[in-house]
Design a protein around this ligand. Structure first.
Ligand code: NAD
Ligand code: TDX
Length: 331
């Protein structure tokens, strides 16, 4: 297959591109605008005969149409992805996540292409810490932030284009990813790179908030499975039973870097901060026979810490500007 991957210079998209080129015979074209979150060096050293990079905006129909005409299937990762940024300036989230997805769906309709939409568990809102329920495919949408509301809107556009225009699309909603190539604005890389620079990790609020961690490679294998075997029009939740509260994750990072367990700061909480996410991925496991490979968060985190230690040249150019932005917000 010739795959078009939007947002392939970002964190999860670049991990997907590496995964596909390593584990399948597909060829890949990346369409990416290279916003502050995109990094071409995440796509270094890929096989030239099976990989191509195109600089462009998913909201530009001329660029999008030409690429759809020339590919068999599209996996759509491109998005504005950071909740904190969406609280500061929501506009780019509407432009890319809503209008950009709309532009891609119109091309999928015009050229009859298979389309897979990447989304998030945040569309379901949050859970109490002691709620025995986890999110399933039938949990009602209840997004909290400008980011998650635009992702929810984009999911609903995909559903409408399937029903009204017969677009051959599937949707997946995944929990929090970790692994290499994640921007230093995000929780785990921010704390690892802080410690590597001799600064203290920064925990929002009490640190009791829970996230359900999955390694980016497990997300990639799930997406490939859905692309190959998923039922058109269906939604699949992706998760690996990785619930941890933020305080525990910070303590694991400190331990992994030989620092005392309490060497972190509490900072101003995020506005509207979701308390807990938790995914029930029974449908994906039972209907499509998918299993995660990174069962052990501790080992996956140790690999991720090692990657940031070994790849300072990848993250250092963004670190100062990211921390300056956080400092201005008291975080
Ligand atoms: P990211 O911010 O690291 O990467 C986003 C990429 O999209 C960047 O390369 C950026 O340049 C590109 N991009 C942004 N606007 C664009 C535009 N208008 N046209 C073309 N390219 C554009 O994001 P990520 O964390 O890798 O997330 C990727 C996708 O996965 C998003 O759709 C996100 O909602 C979803 N998701 C993320 C997580 C997570 O834990 N990070 C979890 C579940 C789902
Ligand atoms: O410095 C920090 N300190 C802190 O305590 C940062 C940056 C975050 N946090 C907390 C906020 C969250 O409870 O850590 C948790 C994770 O924060 P983020 O990395 O910003 O992720 P989150 O808001 O959970 O959203 C992520 O997962 C779902 C991705 O950014 C989204 O794109 C995805 O949809």
């Amino acid at each position: 297959m010739k795959l078009l991957v939007t947002g392939g210079a970002g964190f999860i998209g670049s991990n997907f591109v590496h995964y596909v080129l390593k584990n399948t015979d597909h060829s890949v074209t990346v369409l990416d605008k290279l916003t502050y979150a995109g990094n071409v060096h995440s796509l270094d050293a890929l096989p030239e005969d099976r990989f191509r990079f195109v600089l462009g905006d998913i909201g530009d129909p001329a660029v999008v149409d030409a690429l759809f005409a020339d590919h068999d299937a599209v996996v759509h990762y491109a998005a504005e992805s950071h909740n904190d940024n969406s609280l500061d300036d929501p506009r780019p989230f509407l432009d890319t996540n809503i209008v950009g997805t709309f532009t891609l769906l119109e091309a999928a309709r015009k050229y009859g292409r298979r389309f897979h939409h990447i989304s998030t568990d945040e569309v379901y809102g949050d859970l109490e810490l002691d709620d025995p329920q986890r999110f399933t495919e039938s949990t009602p949408y209840n997004p909290s932030s400008p980011y998650s509301s635009t992702k929810a809107g984009s999911d609903l556009l995909v559903r409408a284009w399937v029903r009204s225009f017969g677009v051959r699309a599937t949707i997946s909603n995944c929990s929090n990813n970790y692994g290499p190539y994640q921007h230093v604005e995000k929780f785990i890389p921010r704390q690892i790179t802080n410690v590597l620079r001799g600064e203290r990790p920064k925990l929002y609020g009490s640190g009791e908030n829970v996230r359900d961690w999955i390694h980016a490679d497990d997300h990639s294998s799930a997406v490939l499975t859905i692309l190959e075997k998923g039922v058109i029009g269906d939604t699949y939740l992706i998760g690996a039973d990785g619930e941890k509260n933020n305080k525990d994750v910070v303590e694991m990072i400190l331990a992994g870097l030989g620092q005392p367990a309490d060497a972190y700061d509490h900072v101003v909480d995020r506005a509207g901060h979701d308390l807990r996410y938790a995914i029930d991925s029974t449908k994906l496991r039972s209907e499509l026979d998918w299993r995660p490979q990174f069962g052990d968060f501790q080992t996956g985190l140790a690999d991720t810490i090692a990657w940031y230690r070994d790849n300072e040249s990848w993250w250092a150019p963004q670190k100062d500007a990211t921390e300056a932005r956080y400092r201005a917000q008291g975080q």
